[in-house]
Design a protein around this ligand. Structure first.
Ligand code: 13P
Ligand code: SF4
Length: 342
């Protein structure tokens, strides 16, 4: 794998991190707000989709809680008139691309993504000009306009599968996550992947020394790492040389982690991803023990969505996310190719 030239500008200058609001509702207030959400969903014929990183009370009121791949599949096949996307902007855009006739609500427009902000369509066009024969594979964490410039879309659940479907002699421009790119290069054995230098500001802080400390204190633990983590290259190398247990080190999407735990005999897991996933893990596997690799890994973008904002969004039918038809048409090709492979 090789890297694109140096990062165009500091990625951190491209977004504003929202302040995380503390919600101190009582259990009774949460229950009443959830009832209101369900009543509004029925009135509007709306489906509520939530990502694993959402606040627990939002996950609990959702029709489906899943990773970005499963959520886009749910959006693609729903009969609802309205999709309330409790996730971030690129996810709502993907739903709008797949369901152009439906209203897609994103309850707070501040719900962006540092990774999606790392590459603009103009930067991708310039990159493509330098390597015009290459195939472009964009992670789902990109804007619709970037997807429109791409040949394939992928998620963390199917990136290796998508890359494997591309003829081995083709150069692949993989964007925007450099850590996911290194996992895909290792999993597919492809040396002709050129990686864009982007990263997620949350997963980047999940570091090799935190992993080592957990393994030292819990020798039988299984290590579940999201491929966006800053520690993946080091962990892959250490799993190869035996410093980390190779048979207990896994690189998985959020949904992949849940599936893996269901199939595993282990009792203790180190979880390297955003902390919101712990809600589903504790709920589905109450008898198992989970240790976050980094207990500060919180995505402020995801936490902008509160029950109050979901209610307001359904009441006012705003803010809506709609992708312009020309961009949607081009982006849909890349997403459809991915969904066909999935
Ligand atoms: P998943 O596709 O695993 O849900 O990840 C999405 C994401 O934003 C990770 O930061
Ligand atoms: Fe984007 Fe990172 Fe938040 Fe995922 S955790 S939505 S990649 S900023």
């Amino acid at each position: 794998m090789s890297s694109a030239t140096a990062a165009p500008v500091s990625f951190e200058q491209r977004y504003t991190l929202p302040v995380i609001e503390t919600v101190d509702d009582t259990a009774e207030e949460i229950r009443r707000k959830q009832e209101r959400v369900r009543a509004l969903c029925a009135e509007r014929n709306a489906i509520l989709l939530a990502h694993h990183y959402q606040r627990p009370e939002v996950q609990e009121v959702a029709d489906a809680v899943a990773d970005s791949l499963k959520l886009s599949q749910s959006a693609a096949k729903t009969n609802a008139d309205v999709i309330v996307f409790c996730g971030v902007h690129f996810m709502a855009e993907t739903a709008s691309i797949l369901c152009p006739d439906k209203v897609v609500l994103l309850p707070d427009l501040r719900a962006g993504c540092s990774l999606a902000a790392a590459v603009t369509p103009e930067e991708l066009r310039q990159w493509k000009e330098k390597l015009p024969e290459a195939v472009v594979v964009s992670y789902i964490n990109t804007s619709a306009a970037v997807k429109a410039e791409s040949d394939y879309c992928c998620t963390s659940a199917n990136a290796a599968k998508v890359v494997s479907a591309i003829p081995a002699d083709r150069t692949i421009l993989f964007l925007p996550d450099k850590f996911l790119a290194s996992v895909v290069a290792r999993q597919t054995g492809r040396s002709n992947i050129v990686a864009y230098p982007g990263y997620c500001h949350v997963h980047k802080t999940i570091r090799p020394e935190q992993v080592e400390e957990l393994i030292e204190n819990h020798p039988d633990i299984e290590l579940l790492l999201h491929p966006e983590c800053g520690c993946v290259s080091s962990c892959m190398a250490k799993a190869m040389d035996g410093t980390l247990p190779q048979d207990r080190t896994f690189f998985l999407s959020t949904e992949g982690m849940l599936r893996h735990i269901g199939d595993s005999q282990a009792n203790e897991f180190a979880v390297g991803t955003e902390l919101g996933i712990l809600h589903q893990l504790h709920k589905k596997f109450p008898e198992r023990t989970f240790h976050p690799v980094n207990s500060n890994a919180v995505c402020a973008f995801m936490k902008t969505i509160t029950l109050d904002r979901v209610i307001r969004s359904l009441e006012t039918m705003t803010p809506q996310v709609r992708v312009p038809e020309e961009i949607a048409r081009k982006a849909r090709r890349a997403i459809d190719r991915m969904l066909e492979l999935a």
